[in-house]
Design a protein around this ligand. Structure first.
Ligand code: NI
Length: 199
């Protein structure tokens, strides 16, 4: 199952199940609807410290374990502008080479007028998928773990995924793009489930 997450496009986009070696890495808890922290606007990362690196490592491990293809720091309750992603696809032998990526303080510099539609999901809204239309291409600027600034053109799944994750940093969820009726229905379902779990 693809989560945070986009199905459609070219077949199954299952994340690479990477065996991460560092014993220091830890899986963190992913917060889900209706947790209000998901609506926070995350703060920029001032400096790539050891703590930021550790958070990125933990987020990658958490993302692979979920499994998912993208994760924003706020989804593990850290309101920082940090995203992890792995869009590696299976090759013909069914093998997947992991391609972990980390985006710090990512920003969209420009978006195409051309739009594309993907069926999206989100690790914070488990088991729910809907089609969302977004700009097909975007240019992004971000800092890497070495503190270097990059600019990159994104298209296809990468464009959709980076927009979905940057939305998280602004407290926006993919269900915000759906009709009010659909959004209210999802919110109600998750609110009820949370109440039942708390009883
Ligand atoms: Ni998400």
């Amino acid at each position: 199952m693809v989560k945070d997450g986009l199905t459609g496009g070219e077949g199954a986009l299952t994340p690479a199940n990477q065996q991460l070696k560092s014993p220091a890495m830890a899986i963190r808890e992913i917060i889900t609807l209706p947790d209000k922290q998901l609506r926070l606007v995350s703060k920029p990362v001032d400096k790539v410290t050891a703590e930021v690196r550790k958070l990125a490592d933990d987020m990658l491990e958490t993302m692979y374990a979920a499994p998912g293809i993208g994760l924003a720091a706020i989804q593990v309750a850290q309101p920082l502008r940090l995203i992890t992603m792995d869009l590696a696809k299976r090759d013909e032998d069914g093998e997947t080479k992991p391609r972990p990526r980390v985006f710090i303080n990512p920003e969209i510099l420009s978006s195409s007028e051309e739009m594309s539609v993907y069926e999206e999901g989100c690790l914070s809204i488990p088991e729910y998928y809907e089609e969302v239309e977004r700009p097909a291409k975007v240019r992004v600027r971000f800092t890497d773990l070495d503190g270097k600034v990059h600019e990159e053109d994104a298209e296809g799944l990468f464009a959709t995924c980076i927009q979905h994750e940057i939305d998280h940093l602004n407290g926006v969820l993919f269900v915000d793009y759906l009709s009010k009726l659909k959004r209210d229905r999802v919110l109600k379902k998750f609110t009820k489930a949370a109440k039942r779990a708390a009883e």
